[in-house]
Design a protein around this ligand. Structure first.
Ligand code: MLT
Length: 324
């Protein structure tokens, strides 16, 4: 038998193996997780934390690739188009997998084109300002924005968590904000620290370290309870903008059609990472809270995503937020 015929024969046989048999040899090569926001930001940091532990469990390297732009919709689109073989996955969160469907004409369907893998930790946002901004607390910040006529706010693009939180704040406080889009919150945070922006809504997992070292100020946390890791930062209720709650929950997804055996291995690896005490300590330092194990499953992520789409799409559409 000639070499080309042999390869064709073996290839044909492999394609006809039952999915479970093929899943048993998965993963046979490195896996890529596409992060749809800039390197160094909260999504990228969580992706790398999960990738490192999941790679050890699965016995293969997991590489994180940042494919940014349009509030994460470019990177998520890349996952939708990837082969459904378990070697390209996507990390995303509340805004990429819920909000973007209400404000962008996406080339993919957020529910139909992906297989959920695991629900990952969540965290609220901090309302942060440049250190030189003359406002000691959230009420003074609102007063300063009104007196100033506007404030320059860094966001990760129209529809990102950092943008939607700012729009919500603007509506609740009857202020006017000028949005400055970046490819993720990390580059925006650099400009905030340098005084080129006035304020931001940034996830606790990213902002906390900069609040601790004094390079930015935090006026409130967008939750009804204070963070255990930063008990001196008041809630929005305490600080004077009640009800401004935003919780950014994360998930891992694969392209639609990824074999169930592959998804099961990935879910188990993600859950093993979240059960590891060292990973849990890192989550706690970052202000991230892992869901209880029964909510970490693929099915639980699917249910959460559907429920959040039903809840938020009418709110976002009524707020008239559109991609330019
Ligand atoms: C990021 O990783 O840069 C953020 O998650 C973007 C956002 O604010 O939604």
């Amino acid at each position: 038998m000639r070499r080309r015929e042999f390869i064709a024969l073996v290839g044909g046989a492999a394609a006809s193996w039952p999915l479970t048999a093929r899943a048993e040899i998965y993963p046979a090569r490195p896996i890529t997780i596409i992060c749809p926001f800039a390197a160094g930001g909260p999504t990228d940091v969580l992706a790398r934390l999960m990738a490192e532990h999941m790679g050890r469990t699965l016995g293969q390297n997991i590489v994180v690739e940042d494919i940014t732009g349009a509030a994460g919709s470019i990177g998520v689109g890349r996952v939708a188009q990837a082969p459904a073989d378990g070697y390209t996955l996507g990390i995303g969160h509340w805004s990429t997998h819920v909000v973007n469907g209400a404000i962008y004409a996406l080339s993919y369907d957020l529910l139909r084109d992906f297989e959920p893998i695991a629900q990952l930790p969540a965290n609220p946002m901090l309302i942060i300002t440049r250190p030189s901004l003359p406002a000691a607390d959230l009420k003074e910040l609102v007063g300063w924005i009104k007196a100033n006529g506007n404030a320059m706010v860094g966001t990760a693009g129209v529809g990102s968590g950092s943008h939607i939180a700012a729009v919500y704040f603007q509506n609740k406080t009857a202020t006017h904000l000028q949005f400055v889009p970046y490819r993720g919150t990390d580059p925006a945070l650099i400009d905030l620290m340098a005084g080129r922006l006035d304020m931001m809504f940034d996830q606790a997992s990213e902002a906390m370290a900069r609040v601790r070292d004094g390079t930015i100020k935090a006026d409130a946390v967008t939750a009804s309870t204070r963070l255990a890791s930063a008990p001196d930062i008041p809630t929005v209720d305490e600080a004077g903008v009640p009800g401004l709650y935003i919780n950014i929950w994360y998930g891992l997804w694969a392209p639609k059609g990824t074999p169930p055996g592959v998804i099961a291995r990935l879910t188990a690896a993600a859950m093993a990472a979240m059960a590891d005490p060292q990973v849990q300590k890192r989550f706690a330092d970052l202000g991230l809270e892992a869901p209880p194990p029964e909510q970490q499953t693929a099915a639980a992520l699917g249910r959460l995503q559907r429920a959040e789409i039903e809840k938020w799409w009418p709110i976002i559409k009524a707020a008239g937020i559109h991609a330019q």
